[in-house]
Unconditional design. Sequence first.
Length: 562
Amino acid sequence: MSEEEHKKGRNFIEAIVEKDISENNNDGRVHTRFPPEPNGYLHIGHAKSICLNFGLTEKYGGKTNLRFDDTNPTKEEMEYIESIKEDVSWLGFDWEDREYYASDYFEQLYQWAELLIKEGKAYVDDQSVEEIAATRGTPTRPGKISPYRERSIEENLDLFRRMKAGEFENGARVLRAKIDMASPNMHLRDPIMYRILHAYHQRTKNEWCIYPMYDYAHGQSDYIETITHSICTLEFEVHRPLYDWFLDQIATGDYRPKQIEFARLNLSYTVMSKRRLMELVKEGYVDGWDDPRMPTISGLRRRGFTPESIRNFSEKVGVAKRDNVIDVALLEHSVREDLNKKAQRVMGVLDPLKIVIENYPHDVTEELETINNPEDESMGYRKIPFSREIYIDRNDFMEDPPRKFFRLSPGKEVRLKSAYIIKCEDIVKDHQGNITELKCSYDPETKSGASQSNRKVKGTLHWVSAPHAINAEVRLYDRLFNDEDPAGYKDHDFKEFFNEKSLNILKECKLEPSLKDAIPEDRFQFQRIGYFCVDRYSTSEKLIFNRTVTLRDTWAKISQKK
């Protein structure tokens, strides 16, 4: 690749990183971090950030830290910490021994806060958080100076130390940075640095009752870890002057981390907010954070998405400077594209209709050969049993079909995949007129793959042998919401657009016997139906498959039109 082609192919963050390397900024190092708050499970938007941070350091020979922003013990749980670590590892990234926590730095952050007080750059405010918010002003009107802003350094130190000692109740006082109450940037109007919070912390236990705010802890933690490029989403762009102001107070020497913002991932037909996802979980709209309808990494994994498909999706989405909405069809296309190359083709009947092949011998089972994946012949072949009684999907038969119905109907022929051509001879119905069984005949000279089998018919159906079929529960998932932007309406709760038909459970499905030993997260293509994955809660007594996606690829059609 030429230098010109390389420059065209790189994103704007890579251009910044390469410039820093060429100018030997921070000794030419590239050191990033992924800093989630452990107050929920990661979603597909976090996956993009993970791929970006780890991808940069893989490309430029650097390091990436995994750092938990655990500064709010009332919302954080060890469950979330463990799930985040599992998700990052599952995506294929290794933080090695660089697992850190903001709580590791509480003492250092406290000492720096005292330093700011001693330099007259921070003060203790007795106003409530609500009162402070009310006096911040507007972007065009200055804020109101706190009556406690000119306290003496000695009084501020005394009060701050007493806050740390636990003398005051929650909300009684805060520590604020003394910057500029007239700044056009609202984040520089004496932001809160510490609040009192008497709460048990997962790691520091009851050692602390004051906790740093994100804007204070974030940049300082980057500085402690010698991060070179602090990659954030676009909403933190207005926070950058505050990020730099705090660093100005503590940084020594030539080293400085640099904050860079990119557009967060917004996906159609879903919500990308941990707060909203938490509502869905707590209010019972979904069955936990790993519900396969959820956009969480654990939900996508349970649904059958592969790490490769999510990484490929992140690469296709790219890194932008402006917010936009990505069509969920691109995510679905990414997993189809990956599974098409690696998923074994199998046969499963979701709504079984029994067929009796009357001219096939009784008590005979034939072993027929079929290819595992025509996209990759190295995956080989397998044997499938064929017998007098089989199942096909009910929607593959019509008693009175339209003209271009190329499936089974009275007097018409179809080919059974990897087997024979059969013809419908008769229909069996119950007392209510429902079709319960079909009587068919087969042509023994039309065995698939046989040299003498040269007869052609237009329709080919999937099937399973009735005596050998295994029972399974199959769960069909659809989009979580009926609206492309469910959170985009100020006068509507996003849950009003919840898709009540997003889950359809089929309990009487029949699958080919090769699937009896399938284990959780095994992925398959059910012929003519879609891609499916064994659910993580599946057992040998109750086999459960989740539909990952259908075979129909709307994104490929959209791309062709473009």
